[in-house]
Write a protein that binds this ligand. Structure first.
Ligand SMILES: NC(=O)c1ccc[n+]([C@@H]2O[C@H](COP(=O)([O-])OP(=O)(O)OC[C@H]3O[C@@H](n4cnc5c(N)ncnc54)[C@H](O)[C@@H]3O)[C@@H](O)[C@H]2O)c1
Length: 266
């Protein structure tokens, strides 16, 4: 798809990957709605890309339908929806509260569902629309620690695949961004720890990732990986799941023994 002149809503666009995508998409002529719970950040990015700031807590379904209505009023119907915002806590099974599970489920997965339900009927009527999702390699492979995050990101992968094959013949395109480590506030200090050197892959800058997303939209390609090593790791997992789990457990034990395990909040 050519983004020139298109109305693009990007969630989590006040920081990191979303912010870099707001700049990259605006540079090719998109009209960008900068959606974020961080109102000050949303206004800052929106003014930098001559877009619209749309403050929204994506954990609240009513706020999501208000967000879509505001974008339609400010810029016009959403033609590209980029569900990118995400949160994590680093917690495992016995260390995560049920509230953490619910919040990550709501923000990481259900916000995609609510926003798509608000924009898809009009996209289907027009016979054209683009849905992008940021999952993570935590959703394709998994992630040490970080259980609610890994599980909710797996669900994002399932959602995006389902949308892609259900609506492809009706003009709806879908892409799934599954990054390894990216230098953003979410990665934080984990960039320096044992996890990053063993499992995070080569750390990318948000601007590189934004260019990868842009290239995928132009090519209408589903899977967006941030480094070729991700493909190798995916192939190892599917080729021999038991061997893959053994390797993951070895790393789990190494992280438990490391002075600075550096598990990310992602
Ligand atoms: N940075 C990484 O290493 C990495 C790796 C894999 C996947 N990801 C995914 O990339 C996406 C973007 O993350 P990032 O690294 O740019 O992080 P980031 O923290 O820089 O940006 C996330 C943005 O989401 C916003 N946000 C959080 N909760 C929200 C809510 N309830 N409502 C609205 N906005 C909310 C934050 O205010 C922030 O601006 C996330 O889905 C994350 O899971 C990141």
């Amino acid at each position: 798809m050519d983004l020139n002149g298109k109305v693009v809503a990007i969630t989590g666009a006040a920081s990191g990957i979303g912010e870099a995508c707001a700049h990259a998409f605006a540079a090719v002529g998109a009209k960008v709605a900068v959606v974020d719970i961080d109102e000050v950040g949303a206004v800052r990015v929106a003014s930098a890309v001559s877009g619209a700031a749309v403050p929204c807590d994506l954990g609240d379904p009513a706020a999501i339908s208000d967000m879509v209505a505001q974008i339609e009023a400010d810029l016009g119907p959403v033609e590209v929806l980029f569900n990118n915002a995400g949160i994590g806590s680093g917690a495992g099974l016995l260390t995560s509260s049920l509230d953490e599970w619910q919040r990550q489920w709501d923000v990481n997965l259900m916000s995609h569902v609510h926003a798509i339900r608000a924009v898809l009927p009009a996209m289907l009527e027009r016979g054209e629309g683009y849905l992008l999702h940021t999952a993570s390699m935590a959703g394709v492979l998994s992630s040490h620690g970080n259980l609610p995050y890994a599980v909710s990101k797996h669900a994002v992968v399932g959602l995006a695949e389902w949308l892609a094959f259900t609506y492809a013949h009706l003009g709806i395109r879908v892409s799934l961004l599954a990054p390894l480590a990216v230098r953003t506030p979410m990665l934080g200090d984990a960039a320096e720890g044992e996890w990053a050197s063993q499992a995070g892959g080569p750390i990318k800058e948000p601007t590189e990732v934004a260019q990868q997303v842009l290239d995928a939209i132009v090519a209408e390609r589903f899977l967006v990986l941030t480094d070729p090593i991700a493909q190798t790791w995916m192939e190892r997992k599917t080729a021999d799941p038991d061997r893959w789990l053994l390797g993951m457990n070895r790393l789990q034990q190494r992280l438990e023994g490391a002075e600075d395990a550096g598990l990310p909040q992602q």
